[in-house]
Design a protein around this ligand. Structure first.
Ligand code: SAM
Ligand code: DTB
Ligand code: SF4
Length: 325
C-alpha cells in the first residue's frame, strides 16, 4: 500500500513530474485506485458573491481593480440570492458550494456577518460549504468554522520563488500563514495553484512540494490552467498544453494520494478526450456550471454527457458519509 508522506524532496517531485508520460499516468491511476473510487467525480459549484474591485495585483486575475477588464463589479450579494443559487446548484447535482469574494482579506464588519449567514444557510442544505475570501486570521477562521464552514480555499498559486513575479501586494508567507489559521480552526484545507503563467516545471513542482510537506496535506488541491483574460498582464499567455495539465494532476495525485485533486479552471479550453486523460491521471472533481467566478466554464448538460460517456458518477458529499459513519 502506498504510504502518505510529508517529506517529499524537490528532486523526488521533479522525477515524478518528468516520468515518461504513459508511465506517469499509469502510476497516478494506480495510486488513485488505492485511495478513491475511480468512477466517482465530485461536482462543485462556484459563486462569486463579491466581484471585482480588488486592491491586489495578482497578474492573472480579472478582478483586480487596477486592470481594465470586462468584469462587472458588484458589492456583496444578499444572503437570499446566494442561498437560492446554492439550492439550484444542489438540484443540479453539486455537493460542494464555494463562495468567492474579491477581497485582499476578511475584515470584521457587516459584510463578514453576511458571509457567516450565507455559510450557515448553505450548511443547512447539507452541502459541503467552502469559501475563498482572501487572508483570514485565526479568530475569523474559528468563526467560520462555528458557522459550519466545511472548507476554505486559499491557493498558493505558484512556487515561492516565482510568487513575486505574479503578485507584489502580498507575500507567499502570508498565504502559508492563512492556511495555518484555517488548519488550526478545524476547517478542511483547499489549496492549489495555476499553471501557464510563465513558470518553469520546477516552479510547478516546488509548489506541490510546499503543499505535500505541510504537517497534513490539504484535503483538496485545485489545479487551474490559466484562463488568460483581456486587460490582465497575463492576457497573452499561450494555452497550457494538456500534457502539462496531466503531468501536474498526476504528480499531485501521487504526492498527495488522499486529496481531492480538482480539475479546475481551464476546462472550457479542453476537449472531452483531454478531460478524460485528466481523470485517468487522478483528477476527481470538477466545477460545474456555465461560469467559474467570472470566466466561462462548460455547461451542466455538457458535463452530464461527459459523465455518461465515461461512466462517471457524481460523488456524494463527505458530509453524507460522516452522517452514515
Ligand atoms: N481573493 C481571494 C484570493 O485571492 O484568495 C479569493 C478569490 S481568487 C479569484 C481565487 C483563486 O482563483 C485564485 O487564487 C486563483 O488561483 C484563481 N484564479 C483567479 N483568476 C484566474 C485565472 N484567470 N485563471 C485561473 N485561475 C484563476
Ligand atoms: C480554484 O482554485 N479555482 C476556482 C476556485 N478555486 C475559487 C476559481 C477559478 C477562477 C477562474 C477565474 C474566474 O472565473 O474568475
Ligand atoms: Fe483579488 Fe483574489 Fe483576484 Fe488576487 S486573486 S486580485 S486577491 S480577487
Amino acid at each position: 500500500m502506498t504510504e502518505i508522506r510529508n517529506n517529499w524532496t524537490l528532486a523526488e517531485a521533479e522525477a515524478i513530474y518528468n516520468t515518461p508520460f504513459l508511465d506517469l499516468v499509469y502510476k497516478a491511476a494506480t495510486v488513485h485506485r488505492q485511495f478513491h473510487d475511480a468512477q466517482e467525480v465530485q461536482v462543485c459549484t462556484l459563486l462569486s458573491v463579491k466581484t471585482g474591485g480588488c486592491p491586489e495585483d495578482c497578474a492573472y486575475c480579472p478582478q483586480a481593480a487596477r486592470y481594465h477588464t470586462d468584469v462587472k463589479v458588484h458589492k456583496l450579494m444578499e444572503v437570499e440570492e446566494v442561498l437560492s443559487a446554492a439550492s439550484d446548484a444542489k438540484s443540479k447535482g453539486s455537493t460542494r458550494f464555494c463562495m468567492g469574494a474579491a477581497w485582499r482579506e476578511v475584515r470584521d464588519n457587516k459584510d463578514f456577518d453576511k458571509v457567516i449567514d450565507m455559510v450557515k444557510g448553505v450548511n443547512a442544505m447539507d452541502m459541503e460549504v467552502c469559501c475563498t475570501l482572501g487572508m483570514i486570521t485565526e479568530s475569523q477562521a474559528q468563526r467560520l468554522h462555528e458557522a459550519g464552514l466545511y472548507a476554505y480555499n486559499h491557493n498558493l498559486d505558484t512556487s515561492e520563488g516565482y510568487y513575486n513575479e505574479i503578485i507584489s501586494t502580498r507575500q507567499f508567507d502570508d498565504r502559508i500563514h492563512t492556511l495555518e489559521n484555517v488548519r488550526k480552526s478545524g476547517i478542511s484545507v483547499c489549496s492549489g495553484g495555476i499553471i501557464g503563467m510563465g513558470e518553469t516545471n520546477q516552479d510547478r513542482v516546488a509548489m506541490l512540494v510546499t503543499l505535500a510537506t505541510m504537517p497534513s496535506h490539504p484535503e483538496s488541491v485545485p489545479v487551474n490552467a490559466l484562463v488568460p483574460v483581456e486587460g490582465t498582464p497575463l492576457e497573452k499567455q499561450p494555452k497550457v498544453p494538456v500534457w502539462d495539465m496531466v503531468r501536474m494532476i498526476a504528480t499531485a495525485r501521487i504526492m498527495m494520494p488522499q486529496a481531492m485533486v480538482r480539475l479546475s479552471a481551464g476546462r472550457v479550453m479542453m476537449s472531452d478526450e483531454e478531460q478524460a486523460l485528466c481523470f485517468m491521471a487522478g483528477a476527481n472533481s470538477i466545477f460545474s456550471g456555465e461560469r467559474l467566478l467570472t470566466t466561462p466554464n462548460p455547461g451542466v448538460d455538457h458535463d452530464q454527457n461527459l459523465f455518461q460517456t465515461l461512466n462517471l458518477r457524481p460523488r456524494k458529499s463527505f458530509k453524507d458519509q460522516e452522517v452514515m459513519a
